[in-house]
Design a protein around this ligand. Structure first.
Ligand code: UD2
Ligand code: MN
Length: 492
């Protein structure tokens, strides 16, 4: 009898020990869950984050990384399903079939993109999921910082502005959006006044701030940033569409390193038909040329990631779309408040973050569409945008087109009687060097001749300079007499 009892006791003891120490059941598993970062069970999970197999007690979607961070699938499958079932104008990001009546100049005048088309597409339209397929499997920290979304606008179209707001609210986890701050840069369009305020009553997260005079996009963004309460601030332009699961991948990188500034991939919403597509070449690095024009250049093969859906470092951002830890933004000094109207700010913030111990990344799994305008529709007070604040000298070539001088074709002439052609700007002076003269002619030092025009034949060509000839007279807009004179003196 005593022996039997002893056996029973021994058996019970063994059972308890087994329960305590058996892998995946006992205390052992809890212990390993917390501490065994490099246990042999560790494999690479989505996004290259090592996870521990067989220890998942958080449902099929969540996992613990070796850094102890719990990660989950942030996709909103309900919303994805809802989007997939939508059909109609522009749905699934499809191009709207333009009629001749839609193509009129009037459609573009106020925004630089076709507002007639925009007005006929739902504010909640669906977009194609054009992310790299790996993005569908990625997990992000369960605990992410929330963000204020800051959208500066100046005379933005009604439907393009509202579609921006709707897309953000429709495609972001609500708990991650602290607020959406619309900052009006002294617009004079009626629809942006009371009507906008009334509309936004139904969206309690949206606040509207207004500048007291035209400030330009940089100080307008600063006004929003100063009022923001979120842990992160995310800037968007006023004509964007946030795509599926765009926000968690951005916030996750900031949660890992608060000094990271992160940019979504910027997709193209066609300014004519509103079709949604990637930019040419898709993932590229930000760069700039000697005239400080922003450029996208291919990522060199040695820097390409094995998994193209992983974040990659970016030297300079495009400017408009990025997320940054709010406190870090101010530690960096925000933006220089002396920057006027448009441009230059993307270099300032990019240089500062890299030089102050932070980093900047593009995040392929986060995609946001942006309408690249056909032309700049708004007035720039004083006639000049300070986008060129950084230009290194007087413009010595003559470029066609838009007020921002972003076009890259230049007048080019090869001899004293050749036609004047358009050619890629090479910045090497030579055939593309022109002199603006007081007699209103455009002089070409290489051939010692001037541009002449034949209105009847509709062509421009080189000819012997004749200051008295009306066909050699040109109207120079936005020239600075002092700079011009200094330039001409130096080049005589
Ligand atoms: C690009 C950037 C833009 C900004 C700009 C200047 C992207 C997609 N866009 O030009 O965000 O960085 O380069 O470097 O990266 N706005 C005002 N007040 C103004 C003028 C503009 O509030 O006086 C607003 C405007 O409504 C828009 C934003 O500022 O929301 C950017 O202006 P844009 O769309 O004309 O600039 P964009 O996209 O050509
Ligand atoms: Mn824009």
């Amino acid at each position: 009898m005593r022996r039997k009892e002893k056996r029973l006791l021994q058996f019970a003891g063994l059972l308890i020990a087994a329960l305590l120490f058996l892998p995946n059941v006992g205390l052992w598993s809890l212990y390993r869950d917390r501490v065994f970062d490099n246990s042999p069970d560790t494999v690479d999970g989505p996004g290259g984050i090592p996870i521990i197999q067989g220890l998942n007690r958080m449902g099929k979607d969540a996992q613990v990384g070796r850094d102890g961070v719990r990660r989950k699938d942030w996709h909103d499958y309900e919303a994805i399903k809802r989007d997939a079932s939508r059909s109609g104008n522009g749905e699934q990001g499809k191009a709207f079939p333009l009629s001749e009546a839609d193509r009129v100049d009037q459609a573009y005048r106020e925004n630089g993109f076709n507002i007639y088309v925009s007005d006929r597409i739902s504010l909640n339209r669906s977009l194609p999921d054009i992310r790299h397929p790996n993005c569908k499997q990625k997990l992000y920290a369960e605990r992410l910082p929330n963000t204020s979304i800051i959208i500066p606008f100046h005379n933005e179209g009604w439907s393009s502005l509202l579609r921006t707001v709707h897309s953000v609210l429709n495609r972001s986890p609500p708990q991650l959006i602290a607020e959406v701050i619309l900052v009006d840069d002294y617009s004079d369009k009626e629809h942006l006044k009371v009507a906008l305020e009334e509309y936004m009553v139904r969206m309690p997260k949206v606040r509207i701030l207004r500048t007291k005079k035209r400030e330009g996009l940089i100080r307008t963004r600063l006004l929003g940033a100063g009022a923001a309460k979120g842990e992160v601030i995310t800037f968007l332009d006023s004509h964007c569409e946030a795509n599926v699961n765009w926000l968690p991948p951005l916030l996750d990188r900031i949660a890992q390193n608060r000094k990271s500034i992160v940019c979504p991939m910027i997709d193209v919403i066609d300014h004519d038909n509103f079709g949604y597509e990637t930019q040419a070449g898709d993932a590229m690095r930000g760069a700039f040329d000697w005239e400080m024009y922003y450029k996208r250049i291919p990522i060199p093969p040695e820097l390409q990631k094995e998994d193209p859906s992983e974040p990659f470092e970016s030297p300079v951002m495009a400017g408009g779309l990025f997320a940054v830890d709010r406190k870090w933004f101010w530690e960096l000094g925000g933006y220089d408040t002396g920057l006027e109207i448009w441009g230059g700010e993307q270099y300032e913030i990019s240089f500062k973050v890299w030089m102050c111990g932070g980093r900047m990344e593009d995040i392929p799994c986060s995609r946001v569409g942006h309408i690249y305008r056909k032309y700049v529709p708004y007035k720039v007070p004083g006639g000049v945008s300070l986008a060129r604040v950084f230009t290194f000298g007087w413009r010595e070539d003559v470029r066609v087109g838009d007020p921002m001088h972003t076009k890259k074709v230049c007048f080019d002439a090869i001899s004293h009687n050749s036609p004047v052609t358009l050619y890629d700007c090479h910045g090497m002076k030579g055939n593309q060097l022109w002199r603006y003269r007081k007699d209103k002619s455009l002089y070409h030092p290489v051939s010692n001749s001037c541009i002449d025009s034949s209105p009847t034949e509709r062509r421009v060509f080189m000819n012997t300079c004749d200051p008295g000839s009306p066909s050699q007279q040109w109207l120079f807009e936005r020239t600075n007499a002092t700079v011009l004179e200094r330039f001409n003196r130096g080049n005589n």
